[in-house]
Design a protein around this ligand. Structure first.
Ligand code: ADP
Ligand code: MG
Length: 571
């Protein structure tokens, strides 16, 4: 391997030459304590910045073995190091000057969630780590200014690497708090099934956010305090005994007046499938891993979904056992979202009336007496919610402040009153007795059988080897493949644009490797989840050099993504 002096000589020799001469720097170089690898060199100063990776051996990094042996700890520590590196690198960003993206030092900046990312990967055996970042190679106009690049590679980065990526004994307490939190979060996750819970919200949690555009915790919020009747005490490895609200499997209804904190609680549960960093306020709000937020999504495409559980005999005669549309209505989109969530293996549905199609959820008695069942294609969700749990084991946490009909089908009813939850199950059930309408009484008695999940994506055609494919990520909300957009705005549990970027790569991987025209979509998604679990995001870089910018999505979001590709043919 070449050493750092050889790279320096090369850089000095190409100073002032045309920008393409930077391409010669591609390769790996031994620096003091790490290897610097220039993986991809940008074509010109205005193009996307160059990819660089830093490889630190386990011995040089010096982290104790119990920091990285277990996957959850590895992910937590990698997240911490990524944040640390970002803080270090920020002060050097654009300190080197020039045209276009010259001097840009771009590193991943995680939000409130702790995710597995391609930015920083720690080896579980050796404790060696790879850190990836992007650097704008400096130029004046279009001629190389390697003096400035030398500043970045020889003055700035060594400081960042040393301060962020090497073990510092004096930070022991900080590392420990990161690791211990991840242990406790993991412990809660594994306790949920044993206790028959689908979620846990610790007392003292801060659920609301600072604003609609900030994910930071609200100052002076009313902290969460569980109602005694549903309070559980968990014994965690580090914090010891922690109390909070246990949301039991089954049907849980969250009611209350407008503005009393219902949606805020549900939102916290939606994101509770991820771990949160210390200080977030939702560190100990944990929802079982497969929970899926369900909402209406007018206009989405649907590929051959069996939505007959909810919709039958449409006036246009369309088959609802294999329902396809380019433009779903509120109710059909929500039906598709439920069925696809079941297909993805979810155990818990999360629903907020604020984002539902009303006619999908309920139909009141008066309407039922005027419009006969045979004239209404929709079997409302309220008639299925009980059976979904009884027959398929799928729980539901539902925010519904406007229809008392759900009292009949709920196992637990929580009222949010000025941001404080109360268990009103007994009271509400008592009141519901006075409304013994036969339609309501019969709710949910019909057996629910699982929809058919036999849909097969046709063999991949969009990512043919050797063809130039233009892929672009548009923040968290969408990505495009050759100018065709995959709209993920309504996939509300995507929490990071790097997950969206990963989904685009996962789609490509699935088309190239797994979709053979025989495997069902469910099988493909299952294989993807398995492979990603085993190999991490490296799976996606089998044929190319890895780069920063991807974060791990769940299987549920992978399914959601495949389902929203208009160009994918699924029959
Ligand atoms: P709902 O869904 O019941 O109408 P929201 O959950 O949307 O109510 O909350 C209404 C407002 O109250 C939001 O602006 C939210 O940030 C704020 N809020 C929610 N929970 C709390 C809390 N625990 N303490 C202080 N403010 C809160
Ligand atoms: Mg609301």
């Amino acid at each position: 391997m070449k050493n750092q002096n050889e790279l320096k000589s090369l850089l000095i020799s190409i100073n002032h030459r045309g920008y393409p001469a930077y391409k010669d720097t591609k390769g790996a170089y031994q620096f003091n304590g790490y290897i610097l690898s220039i993986d991809h060199v940008q074509g010109d100063p205005f193009a996307a910045p160059s990819h660089i990776s830093i490889h630190v051996s386990g011995k040089s990094a010096g982290f104790p073995e119990d920091f990285y042996r277990d996957r959850h700890r590895r992910v937590a520590i990698a997240d911490y190091l990524t944040r640390a590196f970002h803080r270090e690198a920020e002060s050097f960003n654009h300190k080197a000057k020039g045209s276009g993206k010259s001097g840009l030092i771009s590193t991943c900046r995680p939000g409130q969630e702790v995710l597995e990312r391609s930015a920083c990967v720690i080896d579980g055996k050796s404790g060696g780590l790879v850190f990836r970042l992007d650097v704008g190679f400096p130029a004046n106009g279009r001629s190389i200014n390697s003096t400035e690049l030398i500043k970045i590679l020889y003055d700035f980065l060594p400081i960042c690497v040393k301060n962020a990526l090497f073990y510092h004994p004096e930070r022991k307490a900080v590392y420990e708090s990161v690791l211990q939190l991840s242990d406790d979060q993991r412990a809660i996750r594994s306790l949920l099934p044993e206790l028959g819970l689908c979620a846990f919200v610790a007392d003292g949690s801060v659920l609301p956010r600072k604003s609609g555009v900030s994910e930071l915790p609200m100052d002076n919020a009313t902290v969460f305090a569980s109602p005694e009747s549903v309070r559980v005490t968990l014994d965690l490895p580090h914090r010891g005994k922690v109390t909070g609200m246990g949301i039991a499997r089954g049907v849980t209804l969250i009611v209350g007046g407008g503005y009393h904190g219902k949606s805020t609680l549900l939102k916290a549960l939606e994101l509770g499938v991820y771990n949160h960093i210390k200080g977030d306020g939702r560190e100990l709000v944990i929802t079982e891993n497969s929970a899926v937020k369900i909402r209406a999504e007018d206009g989405r495409c649907v590929h051959s979904d069996d939505i007959s559980l909810f919709i039958n005999e449409l006036p246009n005669g369309k088959d609802t056992k294999a329902f396809s549309t380019e433009d779903a209505s509120g109710s059909t989109s929500q039906a598709a979202n439920v069925v696809e969530a079941l297909e993805s293996g979810t155990q818990t549905l999360l629903i907020d009336e604020d984002t539902c199609a009303t006619n999908f959820m309920v139909r009141d008695e008066l309407m039922q007496s005027v419009i006969h069942k045979s004239q209404e294609p929709i079997t409302p969700f309220i008639e299925r919610i009980g059976g979904l749990y009884r027959d398929l084991g799928v729980s539901c946490i539902l925010v519904a402040g406007s229809s008392g009909a759900f009292f009949h089908v709920s196992d637990t009813i929580i009222q949010m009153d000025r941001y404080v939850p109360y268990d009103i199950t007994a009271k509400a059930k008592e009141a519901a007795k006075d409304y013994p309408a036969p339609v309501l009484k019969a709710l949910g008695e019909e057996k629910v059988t699982a929809p058919s999940f036999q849909r097969i994506p046709l063999a991949g055609r969009d990512f043919r080897e050797g063809e130039r494919i233009k892929m672009k990520t548009l923040g968290k909300d969408a990505f495009s493949v050759n100018h065709e957009t995959v709209d993920l705005r309504s996939v509300e549990q995507l929490c990071d644009s790097e997950q969206t970027a990963a989904l685009a790569q996962i789609l490509k991987y699935a088309e190239q490797n797994l979709m053979d025209g025989k495997r069902s979509l469910q099988t493909v998604a299952g294989l993807l989840a398995e492979l990603l679990e085993k190999e991490g995001l490296d799976l996606l870089f089998k044929r190319s050099t890895a780069y920063s910018g991807l974060a791990m999505p769940r299987k549920q979001e992978i399914c959601a993504c495949l389902n929203r590709c208009r160009f994918l043919k699924i029959k």
